[in-house]
Design a binder for this molecule. Structure first.
Ligand code: ADP
Length: 486
């Protein structure tokens, strides 16, 4: 089965969030199940640098304003990801100072519609015969950056009057839609009638996300609960009507953990390795973390941690408000994150006031994320909404019990610890109301359990032993692809 995975980032070469983790883990999981996946990526500097033995497949002649991109398609191997990849070499589009989507001042690039339309257009060409040696049977596009792939495919199928390939579109976060002024529509080279309510138009604008949702044969999102939530007005970001119309084609497939990257028994970033059967190493990780962060060397003080983008979505102001009481009750707190400047400052000043109990590191640091999760006791994910969430899964795997709000994928992956569930399925702590009081109540239960080491260990071991690899998800995707091929 020839599957083209289309995305803008891939771990470990380029990552801004969970999307990269999925893009890095799903293709190898598909490969190990016997499928023939390849990925298509924009030629950002780190991706070009990671491409081994690149060969030119074709000079690209995209339509509309993209014709000036001077783009060519390369094919090679990405050893860091263990996967073969097509990369669009278009230096004018992708080699820039700043991030993949925005400049160093966080201003979105003004030609993002073209930069990512080229990604979608090229994906469609790979299902039509651009590479004579490999034609995609299914094009699987991820998030708004790749969302025009199903639209270009539908346009080509309409003009050739035949089925070309199946298409799957996965929503990793409905809040980021890729919206652009309508005056750019002509630059995309799509048929004029695609700019319509039944198409890619959304309240008078171009909406890439909507194109994916409208034109893909199947839609998935990254957890069953989020798949339900986005069909309602509260979390539908204006697209819930379309999602309800397409309910029969929409499903939720939970993300997994890439166990070659996140495994406490083999993690080279940790001060000591450990497993559910041998937890002693986790205590050493904790001591090392307290030392690294300048926290009081207190083996019995539970460390609550956060690894997150600092955005409104992640609900971290609830944590800020709860911090004094959490610390008052004997906990320590450590955060790794970056984003909203006001929130960065608020966490920094909380740490400055009480450096023995609160440590804050602003920035993006993959290895430190491992040490932080390895050395902590609880990981907090109090999101307002959460499509799947990965850090709570890493918490489960590392015996760092997740304390989460009961939304989206957090609901699907964590089982609350109540008296009656302790011996049954408890793996963490959950609260519902979006308030610091509700968070503190769950934290109080975590603290109470922590004071009962035998019960804590039992929950910890259950969390660590829970299967959470990519196998189940990869099988589910294969099932979906098979429906589109046969
Ligand atoms: P989202 O994609 O909404 O940011 P996820 O929980 O799905 O949230 O994925 C976040 C990913 O990014 C995880 O792999 C997490 O470890 C990582 N991450 C987030 N912030 C940081 C940071 N400051 N440093 C290192 N890794 C981070």
């Amino acid at each position: 089965m020839r599957i083209l995975q289309v995305c803008a980032e891939i771990y470990p070469l380029l990552k801004t969030g969970g999307l990269a983790d999925v893009a890095g883990a799903l293709p190898p999981a598909l490969l190990s199940l016997g499928a023939e996946p390849r990925v298509l990526l924009p030629g950002f500097a780190s991706i070009m640098a990671g491409l081994q033995d690149p060969a030119e497949v074709a000079r690209l002649s995209p339509p509309g304003a993209m014709a000036n991109a001077g783009a060519r398609l390369l094919y090679g191997h990405l050893p860091a990801c263990g996967i073969d990849a097509y990369v669009i070499d278009a230096p004018g589009y992708y080699l820039r100072e700043g991030g993949p989507y925005a400049d160093a001042n966080q201003h979105a690039y003004v030609d993002n519609h073209l930069r990512f339309a080229l990604l979608g257009w090229t994906a469609a060409q790979l299902a039509i015969g651009l590479d004579p040696l490999w034609r995609a049977e299914v094009v699987h596009a991820h998030d708004w950056h790749a969302a025009l792939a199903p639209a270009y495919l539908a346009a080509a199928a309409q003009s050739q009057q035949r089925h070309l390939a199946g298409s799957v579109y996965t929503v990793h976060n409905l809040a980021y839609q890729g919206q652009f002024d309508a005056r750019h529509f002509g630059e995309l080279g799509l048929p004029a009638h695609f700019f319509a309510m039944h198409g890619i138009e959304f309240h008078g604008q171009i909406n890439f996300m909507k194109a994916g949702l409208y034109y893909a044969n199947r839609i998935t999102t990254v957890s069953p609960t989020y798949a339900r939530e986005i069909q309602g007005s509260e979390q539908g970001c204006g697209l819930d009507g379309l999602l309800r119309d397409r309910a029969n084609d929409l499903s939720g497939i939970l993300n997994g953990v890439d166990e070659s990257v996140w495994n406490p028994a083999a993690d080279p970033a940790l001060a000591a390795n450990y497993s559910a059967d041998k937890l002693a190493g986790k205590r050493r990780c904790k001591a090392a973390l307290q030392q690294e962060l300048g926290l009081a060397a207190a083996p019995t003080a539970p460390i609550f941690c956060v690894v997150s983008r600092l955005t409104e979505q992640k609900g971290l102001h609830l944590v800020l408000r709860a911090l004094p009481e959490l610390v008052e009750r004997g906990a320590q707190f450590a955060l790794l994150g970056s984003g909203d400047a006001g929130m960065e400052e608020a966490f920094r000043s909380a740490a400055a006031e009480n450096p023995q109990a609160i440590a804050v590191r602003i920035g993006y640091d993959e290895a430190f994320a491992h040490r932080l999760i390895g050395g902590s006791d609880v990981i907090m994910v109090p999101s307002r909404f959460e499509p799947c969430g990965l850090t709570q899964l890493y918490g489960l795997k590392y015996g760092t019990l997740p304390l989460v709000r009961g939304v989206g994928g957090l609901t699907d992956t964590v089982n609350d610890s109540q008296l009656e569930t302790l011996d049954v399925d408890a793996t963490g702590f959950m609260f519902d109301a979006f308030s610091s009081e509700a968070l503190l109540q769950a934290a109080a239960r975590a603290l109470a359990l922590y004071r009962r080491p035998a019960d804590w260990k039992a929950v910890q071991q259950r969390a660590m032993r829970q299967p959470c690899g990519w196998d189940a998800a990869a099988r589910a995707y294969l099932g979906l692809y098979a429906q589109l091929i046969h």
